[in-house]
Design a protein. Structure first.
Length: 199
């Protein structure tokens, strides 16, 4: 029974990594001004709403991941260990980092729901904390032993390879986004200089 509980929790954790990765990639596409009508799949659909829903799914599976551990018998996790895992019965540091990821993700989702009331500038500053949430999530996913025995990280484990691939995807697209933003700012600066010279 204990092995089934731990496996289920691990698979739900991987689903959370996938959902967060997909959500961030959709957000980065928005930053690139990607249009699904002009580009692939050449159809009209509201991918802003889809981006929001993937955020809700990411939060739901991220919450479910630790809740499953309540049903584990050895080591035994109490509800307090899930909410404040600094003294949890196994891997307290990695579990605390995971809890930080969950709380930051919850902050992003809740403030996104309230974005109109908060105003664009304040909402955006909250929204960028998704990167800190993702960083904590990837740390937790990579360095936590799914068997809760504090075993060394097996970098060739399928789950760990999946997490690394998600991390590399986000890093690569984020780098492209940064370069795009710099290029756009440089272009805007050149236009401003040309306008100033022509006056």
């Amino acid at each position: 029974m204990g092995l089934i509980v731990l496996d289920l929790s691990a698979y739900v954790g991987l689903a959370a990594v996938a959902a967060v990765t997909f959500n961030i990639l959709l957000g980065l596409l928005m930053a690139f001004r990607y249009s699904p009508h002009r580009s692939w799949p050449h159809r009209r659909f509201n991918y802003f709403r889809f981006h929001n829903w993937t955020g809700y799914v990411a939060l739901a599976v991220s919450m479910l991941h630790p809740i499953i551990l309540v049903f584990n018998k050895n080591p035994r996790f109490r509800v307090l260990d899930l909410l404040y895992p600094a003294h949890s019965p196994a891997q307290p540091l990695d579990n605390t980092v995971g809890a930080i990821a969950l709380y930051l993700l919850a902050l992003v989702v809740v403030t996104s729901y309230l974005r109109i009331r908060l105003g664009r500038r304040l909402w955006k500053s909250f929204h960028f904390s998704i990167y800190f949430a993702a960083g904590a999530l990837f740390w937790h996913s990579l360095f936590t032993d799914p068997g809760l025995k504090s075993a060394p990280v097996d970098w060739f484990d399928g789950g760990k390879l999946f997490v690394v691939s998600c991390l590399l995807m986000i890093a690569a697209i984020s780098l492209m986004r940064l370069r795009y933003a710099r290029k756009k700012a440089l272009h805007a600066n050149q236009i401003a200089q040309q306008i100033a010279l022509s006056q």
